[in-house]
Design a protein around this ligand. Structure first.
Ligand SMILES: C[S@@+](CC[C@H](N)C(=O)[O-])C[C@H]1O[C@@H](n2cnc3c(N)ncnc32)[C@H](O)[C@@H]1O
Length: 261
């Protein structure tokens, strides 16, 4: 597997661990105690650390789910403005009074007038290559990729897939393919009966995540990246310091901070 790093900030394990006590106090008050399929201890610590370091005045979150990450961003940066996006906001268990919510995809938002130091936190499992193109278009420079799965792992095309030129082959179940066929057919039938109907292309695309290898992707991305930093896996160190379940401690998918030119 190809590894990549570029101008990483000098954020060593010691400095990260210095924040541990403060973070632990916050973490104990998290609204979702067992956040299965969502953020767990290490990624929350990483996000807390990066947000504290950068202190952006505006944070866009894409991928809210039950709301754990929204709560984390809000409590780490009490003075920042937050926009939280999820195409399905009905899953929220924690709902903030302070945050602005939207169910409109990141790429369709109005970002014509956002601060220079805006940061986007991406945890929506949408193709990283496309998300980085969109961030570049909006002139958003600071990006946290919550999941940056290695080749043969994950459920969408990540930046680590781009770096390794592995493409992404989604391992669909028969049931999932059947569901995709059903969604696709339903849309075509609606169009057949109403010429004015707009096919829900996004809905179909969301179900089709295969991405063939393309060595040009890395070259195009590389020239736009100023900083690339994968947060280290601290599970060994943390296991001696904390009483956490194995699931909580070992959940780690290469959370990555990027700064674009
Ligand atoms: C892994 S979960 C997010 C976990 C969450 N950040 C947490 O703290 O636990 C992924 C979420 O992305 C949402 N999602 C899927 N496609 C999306 C899109 N295009 N834009 C925004 N959210 C999307 C899903 O509905 C789901 O709630």
């Amino acid at each position: 597997m190809k590894t990549f790093t570029k101008n990483p900030p000098k954020w060593g394990a010691d400095e990260i661990l210095n924040e541990l006590d403060a973070f632990k106090n916050l973490y104990e008050h998290r609204p979702i105690k067992e956040n299965i399929h969502g953020m767990r201890f290490q990624h929350m610590l990483a996000t807390y650390f990066i947000l504290k370091k950068l202190n952006p005045s505006y944070v866009i979150e894409s991928g809210v789910f039950r709301g754990q990450s929204t709560w984390l961003i809000e409590n780490t940066l009490p003075n920042s403005k937050i926009l939280s996006i999820d195409i399905n906001l009905n899953q929220r268990e924690y709902i903030s009074k302070k945050v602005k919510y939207s169910n409109i995809d990141f790429k369709y938002q109005d970002f014509s007038n956002i601060p220079e130091d805006t940061l986007v936190f991406l945890d929506d499992h949408v193709n990283h290559y496309e998300r980085l193109q969109q961030a570049k278009f909006f002139n958003i420079k600071n990006i946290i990729l919550e999941d940056n799965y290695l080749p043969d792992k994950g459920d969408f095309y990540t930046l680590n897939h781009v770096i390794s030129n592995s493409g992404f082959n989604h391992n669909y179940t028969k049931l999932s393919l059947l569901k995709t066929f059903f969604v696709f057919s339903k849309e075509l039938i609606k169009k057949l009966f109403s010429k004015k109907y707009y096919i829900a292309c996004e809905k179909i695309k969301f179900r089709l995540r295969d991405y063939p290898t393309n060595e040009n992707d890395f070259k195009n991305i590389e020239k736009n990246i100023k900083t690339y930093f994968e947060f280290p896996n601290l599970s060994n160190v943390l296991s001696n310091k904390l009483e956490l379940s194995k699931d909580e401690l070992n959940s780690y998918n290469h959370l990555t901070y990027i700064e674009l030119y």
